[in-house]
Design a protein around this ligand. Sequence first.
Ligand SMILES: N=CN[C@@H](CCC(=O)O)C(=O)O
Ligand SMILES: [Zn+2]
Length: 390
Amino acid sequence: MTWSTLLTDIGELTTHRAGEDRLTDAAVVVEGDRVAWIGPAAHAPATDDVVRLHGRAVLPGWVDSHTHLVFAGDRTAEFEARMAGQQYAAGGIATTVRATRAATEAELAVNLRRLRHEALRQGTTVIETKTGYGLDVATEEASARIAAAQVDVVTYLGAHLVPDRLDPRDYLDLVTGPMLDAVRPWVQFIDVFCEDGAFDVDQSREVLDAGRRAGLGLRVHGNQLGPSGGVALAVEAGAASVDHCNALSPADIDALASSSTVATVLPACDLSTRQPLAPARALVDAGATVAIATNANPGTSHTTSMPFCVATAVLQMGLTVAEAVWAATRGGALALGLADHPDHVGMIEVGGRADLHVLDAPSAAHLAYRPGVPLTAAVWQAGRQVVTTL
Ligand SMILES: N=CN[C@@H](CCC(=O)O)C(=O)O
Ligand SMILES: [Zn+2]
């Protein structure tokens, strides 16, 4: 017999089921690792165990679809210089590459575990991470392997920067050849930083083509620091997502709106680099699918906090709370190609994986209404209660 738990007296339940807005006075039954029942609290079935939530809000666990968590070292000095007026440039990546290459695998794994848990404590139940601070075959392979042991989706980002003193042509051959072969067993996606100072559109296309031939899904870092052409390339290539999306032309927005490529916005990164915020409101209004992610990394966004990103998307980017919560859960699942997964990633659905985030608040609106307040009261991940302050 599988153990069943009734979560009842839910003040506001967000499920993202079709045609369902927010339920009040609701209950959810968790059986094993699955959601077994959703409905009005008054009609809940008998279960082995009962958890009363006293009017708290419940929503799906966050799906953080963009992080860079395999790294060593620290870039506080670069951050302070930026806050004193210096521009962000892609070159800062090299600092983290040096520290990552110098670290042991155990150190990289421990740092990743610490950050993964930090995210979990804030309600993130599904997370992607990238390689990209190794930039040689051995360190990229190790990064991919370490990531695969701890996160849900791994993305190969050998094309993050051309390492010092390497010829770009030689490095592209490495990224699309032996390095790709080495990481292939551990990764599901390939990514490229399509930007001035990193890879141009033709080089980026070459990286994506190689990934596609290797059977990987595609994603692009595009239009972060300027109109790099990364967004148009991602749409042309049929990428699952294009991330950053700061410097968008009306044509970029139209192209995204008429494609299945998810536009992933990274509000914490925009603040930490003092870039104009990505035009999330215009993207949603045009009909594009938008995801919100942390872009947790030591250079441009040293936070694992999806609640902070959701609050910023509401307060500064002009999304409604419902749009932002959707983008940070279901939007992330779409960006990771997990929307049709039987786990019903980013939703609360009968038969789906029980990933539930309980807020110490009566509604999801409090995420933006009370910004900066740690509102995560409890988290169930695959049916296991992994966080509780209840
Ligand atoms: N844009 C490219 N890569 C990372 C940051 C890299 C870094 O500065 O370490 C990002 O997504 O912002
Ligand atoms: Zn990134």
